[in-house]
Design a protein around this ligand. Sequence first.
Ligand code: PEP
Length: 254
Amino acid sequence: MRKKIVAGNWKMNLDYNEGLALFSEVVNMVKDEATGDQQAVVCSPFIHLHSLAALAKGYSNVAIGAQNAHQAESGAYTGEISAKQVKSTGAEYVILGHSERRQYFGESNELLAKKTDTALKNGLKPIFCIGETLQEREANTHFDIIKSQLVEGVFHLDADAFGTIVLAYEPVWAIGTGVTATSDQAQEIHAFIRAEIAAKYSQAVADATTILYGGSCNPKNAAELFACADIDGGLIGGASLKSRDFTDIVKAFN
Ligand code: PEP
């Protein structure tokens, strides 16, 4: 049985106190909702990580993640943060390859492959994002784009290392737009991703890989998306900033 995850991505929102207040509400609300092999993950700005990890201690179904980490182990990279530093806060996950990082910070598949290696080496589990733009979908190149993101970003890993990563399919046209992929569109891509993993590694590795959907997922559409055979949860932006909405999305598993 693969792990089911609902991960919130707070992006660059919430000051320190606002983040703590929201997370306290989230923990109280989701601790009894995420059961068994389900996990609720909050990916906060760096300033919150250590405090949130302390609040999450004792709840095996609640975990913390960062939204980025540098590819180098350490050094003269003013303003950056290393995977080791993220790990030392108590964070378990790190989002890598979010489309906003690809678009605004020029992160390439090649760079993301290095970030993935460094994150794994430091004991973090990458939530590795892939997905096509609207133009790529309209040009019918979305399968090629997604395949190249997989091949160049994570398929250099051996099966054991690959087994620790989580994938997130996030069509760029659905992120923060209020336009969600239909469950058929999302399932089609998730099945494609799983088939590519099976071809590269094995069916067993493919069957064990958690693949999240992200892009305007909300309490209204989550249950239909999560009911799809190859969708194992969600990466949630806007709706993760409201404790009730985030909890309702976690509940959508049940
Ligand atoms: C995201 O940024 O990963 C995301 C899915 O955002 P939203 O849910 O707001 O579309």
